[in-house]
Design a binder for this molecule. Sequence first.
Ligand code: GUN
Length: 283
Amino acid sequence: MAIRIDGKLVSAYLREQIKKNVTALKEKTGVTPGLAVMLVGDDPASAVYVRNKHRACDEVGMYSEVITMPADTTEDALLVRLADLNNDPKIHGILVQLPLPKHISEEKVIAAIDPRKDVDAFHESNVGKIMLGSYDFLPCTPAGVMELLHYYDIPIQGKDCVVVGRSNIVGKPQALLLLGENGTVTICHSRTKDLATKTREADILVVAIGRPNFITADMVKPGAVVIDVGINRLPDGKLCGDVDFEAVEPIAGAITPVPGGVGPMTITVLLKNALKAAQKSLK
Ligand code: GUN
Protein backbone atom coordinates (compact mmCIF):
# COMPACT_ATOMS: atom_id res chain seq x y z
CA MET A 1 0.00 0.00 0.00
CA ALA A 2 1.26 3.44 -0.92
CA ILE A 3 2.51 6.08 1.49
CA ARG A 4 -0.23 8.68 1.71
CA ILE A 5 1.33 12.11 1.10
CA ASP A 6 -0.34 14.41 3.60
CA GLY A 7 -0.61 17.96 2.30
CA LYS A 8 -2.38 19.13 5.45
CA LEU A 9 0.48 17.96 7.62
CA VAL A 10 3.18 19.51 5.43
CA SER A 11 1.17 22.73 5.13
CA ALA A 12 0.75 22.99 8.90
CA TYR A 13 4.50 22.52 9.33
CA LEU A 14 5.41 25.13 6.70
CA ARG A 15 2.75 27.62 7.82
CA GLU A 16 4.15 27.48 11.36
CA GLN A 17 7.54 28.53 9.96
CA ILE A 18 5.93 31.27 7.86
CA LYS A 19 4.09 32.54 10.94
CA LYS A 20 7.37 32.78 12.88
CA ASN A 21 8.96 34.70 10.02
CA VAL A 22 5.98 37.08 9.79
CA THR A 23 6.26 37.78 13.53
CA ALA A 24 10.01 38.36 13.22
CA LEU A 25 9.55 40.74 10.30
CA LYS A 26 6.91 42.72 12.19
CA GLU A 27 9.11 42.98 15.29
CA LYS A 28 12.21 43.95 13.37
CA THR A 29 10.74 46.38 10.83
CA GLY A 30 7.16 47.16 11.85
CA VAL A 31 6.01 45.88 8.46
CA THR A 32 3.09 43.45 8.24
CA PRO A 33 3.04 41.50 4.95
CA GLY A 34 -0.16 42.34 3.08
CA LEU A 35 -1.95 40.36 0.38
CA ALA A 36 -4.78 41.60 -1.84
CA VAL A 37 -6.99 39.02 -3.51
CA MET A 38 -9.30 40.19 -6.30
CA LEU A 39 -12.41 38.21 -7.07
CA VAL A 40 -14.47 39.22 -10.09
CA GLY A 41 -17.91 37.65 -10.60
CA ASP A 42 -19.70 34.98 -8.65
CA ASP A 43 -18.07 31.64 -9.44
CA PRO A 44 -18.80 29.64 -6.27
CA ALA A 45 -15.57 27.60 -6.40
CA SER A 46 -13.49 30.76 -6.74
CA ALA A 47 -15.33 32.32 -3.79
CA VAL A 48 -14.36 29.32 -1.62
CA TYR A 49 -10.71 29.51 -2.71
CA VAL A 50 -10.58 33.25 -2.00
CA ARG A 51 -12.13 32.82 1.45
CA ASN A 52 -9.55 30.14 2.26
CA LYS A 53 -6.72 32.44 1.19
CA HIS A 54 -8.05 35.26 3.37
CA ARG A 55 -8.34 32.95 6.39
CA ALA A 56 -4.86 31.51 5.82
CA CYS A 57 -3.37 35.04 5.86
CA ASP A 58 -5.07 35.72 9.19
CA GLU A 59 -3.71 32.52 10.68
CA VAL A 60 -0.09 33.45 9.96
CA GLY A 61 -0.54 37.07 11.04
CA MET A 62 -0.59 38.66 7.59
CA TYR A 63 -2.84 41.50 6.54
CA SER A 64 -5.23 40.67 3.71
CA GLU A 65 -7.86 42.41 1.67
CA VAL A 66 -10.44 40.72 -0.51
CA ILE A 67 -11.69 42.96 -3.30
CA THR A 68 -14.87 41.62 -4.84
CA MET A 69 -16.19 43.11 -8.05
CA PRO A 70 -19.39 42.17 -9.89
CA ALA A 71 -19.35 39.91 -12.98
CA ASP A 72 -20.16 42.86 -15.26
CA THR A 73 -17.14 44.87 -14.09
CA THR A 74 -15.35 46.39 -17.08
CA GLU A 75 -11.75 45.57 -17.84
CA ASP A 76 -10.88 49.25 -17.37
CA ALA A 77 -12.45 49.35 -13.91
CA LEU A 78 -10.49 46.28 -12.92
CA LEU A 79 -7.24 47.77 -14.25
CA VAL A 80 -7.86 50.97 -12.28
CA ARG A 81 -8.36 49.01 -9.06
CA LEU A 82 -5.24 47.00 -9.82
CA ALA A 83 -3.20 50.18 -10.31
CA ASP A 84 -4.33 51.33 -6.84
CA LEU A 85 -3.08 48.07 -5.35
CA ASN A 86 0.22 48.34 -7.23
CA ASN A 87 0.72 51.70 -5.49
CA ASP A 88 -0.61 50.70 -2.07
CA PRO A 89 2.28 50.36 0.43
CA LYS A 90 0.23 48.09 2.74
CA ILE A 91 -0.06 45.55 -0.07
CA HIS A 92 3.00 43.45 -0.96
CA GLY A 93 1.27 40.71 -2.92
CA ILE A 94 -1.61 40.80 -5.40
CA LEU A 95 -3.56 37.81 -6.66
CA VAL A 96 -6.33 38.07 -9.22
CA GLN A 97 -8.42 34.92 -8.90
CA LEU A 98 -8.82 33.12 -12.24
CA PRO A 99 -10.84 32.48 -14.30
CA LEU A 100 -12.04 36.00 -15.05
CA PRO A 101 -15.35 36.71 -16.82
CA LYS A 102 -15.04 36.16 -20.58
CA HIS A 103 -15.13 39.87 -21.51
CA ILE A 104 -11.95 40.58 -19.52
CA SER A 105 -8.55 39.67 -20.94
CA GLU A 106 -6.60 37.60 -18.41
CA GLU A 107 -3.44 38.35 -20.34
CA LYS A 108 -3.92 42.11 -20.02
CA VAL A 109 -4.80 41.90 -16.35
CA ILE A 110 -1.81 39.71 -15.46
CA ALA A 111 0.49 42.04 -17.41
CA ALA A 112 -0.82 44.96 -15.32
CA ILE A 113 0.25 43.45 -11.97
CA ASP A 114 3.50 44.92 -10.65
CA PRO A 115 5.90 41.92 -11.07
CA ARG A 116 7.28 42.62 -7.58
CA LYS A 117 3.79 41.98 -6.18
CA ASP A 118 2.97 39.07 -8.51
CA VAL A 119 2.73 36.32 -5.86
CA ASP A 120 1.16 33.93 -8.39
CA ALA A 121 4.27 34.27 -10.61
CA PHE A 122 2.05 34.61 -13.67
CA HIS A 123 3.55 37.85 -15.04
CA GLU A 124 5.72 37.35 -18.12
CA SER A 125 8.81 38.68 -16.37
CA ASN A 126 8.41 36.15 -13.55
CA VAL A 127 7.65 33.33 -16.00
CA GLY A 128 10.77 34.32 -17.95
CA LYS A 129 12.93 34.22 -14.84
CA ILE A 130 11.71 30.72 -14.00
CA MET A 131 12.45 29.61 -17.56
CA LEU A 132 15.99 30.91 -17.14
CA GLY A 133 16.42 29.09 -13.84
CA SER A 134 16.44 32.04 -11.42
CA TYR A 135 13.33 33.38 -9.79
CA ASP A 136 11.74 35.65 -7.20
CA PHE A 137 8.45 33.78 -6.90
CA LEU A 138 7.46 30.29 -7.92
CA PRO A 139 3.91 29.53 -9.06
CA CYS A 140 1.93 28.28 -6.08
CA THR A 141 0.61 24.89 -7.17
CA PRO A 142 3.71 23.46 -8.90
CA ALA A 143 5.94 24.81 -6.12
CA GLY A 144 3.59 23.18 -3.60
CA VAL A 145 4.10 19.85 -5.38
CA MET A 146 7.88 20.30 -5.12
CA GLU A 147 7.55 21.04 -1.38
CA LEU A 148 5.68 17.76 -0.93
CA LEU A 149 8.35 15.80 -2.81
CA HIS A 150 11.07 17.44 -0.71
CA TYR A 151 9.29 16.89 2.61
CA TYR A 152 8.92 13.18 1.87
CA ASP A 153 12.55 12.94 0.63
CA ILE A 154 11.44 11.69 -2.76
CA PRO A 155 14.45 11.77 -5.09
CA ILE A 156 13.94 13.64 -8.38
CA GLN A 157 17.41 13.63 -9.93
CA GLY A 158 17.56 11.24 -12.88
CA LYS A 159 13.98 10.07 -12.35
CA ASP A 160 11.48 9.77 -15.17
CA CYS A 161 8.91 12.46 -14.43
CA VAL A 162 5.71 12.60 -16.45
CA VAL A 163 3.46 15.66 -16.21
CA VAL A 164 -0.05 15.22 -17.59
CA GLY A 165 -1.42 18.67 -18.46
CA ARG A 166 0.24 21.68 -20.06
CA SER A 167 -1.48 24.71 -18.55
CA ASN A 168 0.42 27.90 -17.84
CA ILE A 169 -0.64 27.65 -14.19
CA VAL A 170 0.44 24.06 -13.49
CA GLY A 171 1.69 21.75 -16.26
CA LYS A 172 4.29 23.94 -17.97
CA PRO A 173 5.88 25.39 -14.81
CA GLN A 174 5.72 21.97 -13.11
CA ALA A 175 7.80 20.51 -15.92
CA LEU A 176 10.38 23.29 -15.55
CA LEU A 177 10.64 22.83 -11.78
CA LEU A 178 11.17 19.07 -12.12
CA LEU A 179 13.72 19.68 -14.87
CA GLY A 180 15.44 22.22 -12.59
CA GLU A 181 16.03 19.39 -10.12
CA ASN A 182 17.47 17.13 -12.82
CA GLY A 183 14.37 15.05 -13.48
CA THR A 184 13.91 13.66 -17.00
CA VAL A 185 10.63 15.26 -17.90
CA THR A 186 7.91 14.32 -20.38
CA ILE A 187 4.87 16.57 -20.80
CA CYS A 188 1.68 14.80 -21.91
CA HIS A 189 -1.70 16.32 -22.72
CA SER A 190 -5.09 15.61 -24.25
CA ARG A 191 -3.62 15.01 -27.73
CA THR A 192 -0.79 12.72 -26.62
CA LYS A 193 -0.89 9.36 -28.35
CA ASP A 194 -0.43 6.19 -26.30
CA LEU A 195 -0.78 8.20 -23.11
CA ALA A 196 -0.86 5.09 -20.89
CA THR A 197 2.46 3.88 -22.32
CA LYS A 198 4.03 7.18 -21.31
CA THR A 199 2.46 7.47 -17.86
CA ARG A 200 3.52 3.87 -17.12
CA GLU A 201 7.15 4.96 -17.59
CA ALA A 202 6.86 7.53 -14.81
CA ASP A 203 8.75 7.24 -11.54
CA ILE A 204 6.99 10.49 -10.61
CA LEU A 205 3.60 11.15 -12.21
CA VAL A 206 2.03 14.60 -11.77
CA VAL A 207 -1.51 14.89 -13.09
CA ALA A 208 -3.21 18.21 -13.77
CA ILE A 209 -5.65 17.61 -16.58
CA GLY A 210 -8.94 18.46 -14.88
CA ARG A 211 -10.82 15.23 -15.60
CA PRO A 212 -12.21 13.17 -12.73
CA ASN A 213 -10.56 9.76 -12.20
CA PHE A 214 -8.71 10.08 -15.51
CA ILE A 215 -5.64 8.10 -14.40
CA THR A 216 -6.50 4.46 -13.85
CA ALA A 217 -4.42 1.67 -12.30
CA ASP A 218 -3.22 0.33 -15.65
CA MET A 219 -1.59 3.72 -16.38
CA VAL A 220 0.70 3.64 -13.33
CA LYS A 221 3.97 1.80 -12.81
CA PRO A 222 4.03 -0.19 -9.56
CA GLY A 223 5.85 1.84 -6.90
CA ALA A 224 5.48 5.18 -8.72
CA VAL A 225 4.95 8.46 -6.87
CA VAL A 226 1.57 9.82 -7.97
CA ILE A 227 0.74 13.49 -7.41
CA ASP A 228 -2.84 14.49 -8.15
CA VAL A 229 -3.38 18.21 -8.77
CA GLY A 230 -7.00 17.82 -9.94
CA ILE A 231 -9.94 19.13 -7.97
CA ASN A 232 -13.17 18.05 -9.66
CA ARG A 233 -16.68 18.23 -8.29
CA LEU A 234 -18.82 15.18 -9.07
CA PRO A 235 -22.58 15.45 -9.67
CA ASP A 236 -23.19 14.24 -6.08
CA GLY A 237 -21.18 17.21 -4.77
CA LYS A 238 -18.15 15.13 -3.72
CA LEU A 239 -14.63 16.28 -4.62
CA CYS A 240 -12.38 13.98 -6.56
CA GLY A 241 -9.01 14.24 -8.22
CA ASP A 242 -7.75 13.37 -11.69
CA VAL A 243 -6.49 10.03 -10.38
CA ASP A 244 -8.73 7.07 -9.52
CA PHE A 245 -7.42 6.99 -5.96
CA GLU A 246 -9.05 3.73 -4.84
CA ALA A 247 -7.63 1.82 -7.80
CA VAL A 248 -4.18 3.45 -7.90
CA GLU A 249 -3.34 3.57 -4.18
CA PRO A 250 -2.66 -0.20 -3.87
CA ILE A 251 0.01 -0.13 -6.58
CA ALA A 252 1.62 3.31 -6.13
CA GLY A 253 4.67 3.86 -3.92
CA ALA A 254 3.26 7.15 -2.65
CA ILE A 255 0.13 9.11 -3.57
CA THR A 256 -1.65 12.37 -2.70
CA PRO A 257 -5.33 12.21 -1.74
CA VAL A 258 -7.95 14.74 -2.92
CA PRO A 259 -8.80 16.67 -0.84
CA GLY A 260 -5.88 17.02 1.56
CA GLY A 261 -2.98 16.52 -0.86
CA VAL A 262 -1.79 19.29 -3.17
CA GLY A 263 -4.71 21.66 -2.38
CA PRO A 264 -3.51 23.04 0.97
CA MET A 265 0.02 23.42 -0.42
CA THR A 266 -1.08 25.97 -3.02
CA ILE A 267 -2.13 28.44 -0.34
CA THR A 268 0.97 27.67 1.72
CA VAL A 269 3.23 28.69 -1.16
CA LEU A 270 1.08 31.79 -1.70
CA LEU A 271 1.77 32.81 1.92
CA LYS A 272 5.47 32.11 1.43
CA ASN A 273 5.48 34.31 -1.69
CA ALA A 274 3.62 37.15 0.06
CA LEU A 275 6.15 37.07 2.91
CA LYS A 276 9.01 37.12 0.41
CA ALA A 277 7.44 40.06 -1.45
CA ALA A 278 7.22 42.01 1.83
CA GLN A 279 10.83 41.17 2.72
CA LYS A 280 12.07 42.18 -0.73
CA SER A 281 10.11 45.44 -0.63
CA LEU A 282 12.37 46.56 2.24
CA LYS A 283 15.58 46.04 0.30
N1 GUN B 1 -7.44 29.76 -10.19
C1 GUN B 1 -7.09 28.46 -10.03
N2 GUN B 1 -5.84 28.35 -9.56
C2 GUN B 1 -5.38 29.61 -9.42
C3 GUN B 1 -4.13 30.15 -8.96
O1 GUN B 1 -3.18 29.45 -8.60
N3 GUN B 1 -4.06 31.50 -8.94
C4 GUN B 1 -5.07 32.30 -9.36
N4 GUN B 1 -4.89 33.62 -9.33
N5 GUN B 1 -6.23 31.82 -9.79
C5 GUN B 1 -6.37 30.49 -9.81
